[in-house]
Design a protein around this ligand. Sequence first.
Ligand SMILES: *[C@@H]1O[C@H](CO)[C@@H](O)[C@H](O)[C@H]1NC(C)=O
Ligand SMILES: *[C@@H]1O[C@H](CO)[C@@H](O)[C@H](O)[C@H]1NC(C)=O
Ligand SMILES: *[C@@H]1O[C@H](CO)[C@@H](O)[C@H](O)[C@H]1NC(C)=O
Length: 242
Amino acid sequence: MKVNQIKKFIPKCLLFSIFLSIILLFLISLKYNFKPETPPQTENKDIRIRPGYPSYDSYIQRQLNKTLNPKLREIWTTRDWDRKIQVFSIFFDNLKRENLLTNSSKALCIGARVGQEVEALKRVGVTDSVGIDLVPYPPLVIEGDFHNQPFHNETFDFEFSNVFDHALYPDKFVAEIERTLKAGGICVLHVAVSRRADKYSANDLYNVRGLKALFLRSDCVHVRKVDGFGLDTEVVFRKRNS
Ligand SMILES: *[C@@H]1O[C@H](CO)[C@@H](O)[C@H](O)[C@H]1NC(C)=O
Ligand SMILES: *[C@@H]1O[C@H](CO)[C@@H](O)[C@H](O)[C@H]1NC(C)=O
Ligand SMILES: *[C@@H]1O[C@H](CO)[C@@H](O)[C@H](O)[C@H]1NC(C)=O
């Protein structure tokens, strides 16, 4: 190419890459249509939102970075697989004994990654179970953002999650659970209290009081200590009838 041609070529490249970026941004924004206008903040003194997420897209990118990590996915589906299913099965069996979960419950696991908790539910007899995560892992886990659950109101009898600390908008995370639970439905959260979870966490919970305050349409059934993969507290809520 002559110098002249190169001079003409460079702006074309630039234009083309700007064009591609716009298309890409547009596609990403279509996919994640929960678009908060205000930066995350909370009046809640018991929950602190971590800094470092200038936009919802940057938050999603960071979460995807962990979820898509091939090394982690390999570990989750091999070494971790049976061990996690066994521990989850014990948790769910206990909840069944307490009549908080039955074989006929329609159940959702939020932020389930590769879905060991969904498999555990199926194994203890809760056959109508599914998980959501940003990255699907069919058939156990379908694609869905917990800030904007892909389900109609009052769909589930039971919802479980151990990723509360990943929520950038804890109030929205809880509001979506209360929206998609049926009246009388049960929500079980495993959380870490008073200690930092991992570097992908978006919030830190200092007192269970802060979590209870977010549930506007439910009553707390119990709070107890558990040993759940670095999470130390189980908090169970029942959605009220009105
Ligand atoms: C995640 O981020 C690290 C650097 O922070 C980068 O090296 C890695 O390629 C990213 N992985 C994915 C799956 O985006
Ligand atoms: C629930 O399902 C499990 C596993 O299939 C079964 O062993 C159990 O008997 C069932 N419980 C009831 C009450 O039907
Ligand atoms: C679903 O629930 C939300 C909040 O709980 C409410 O604002 C909305 O109107 C409901 N949608 C339908 C279709 O009932």
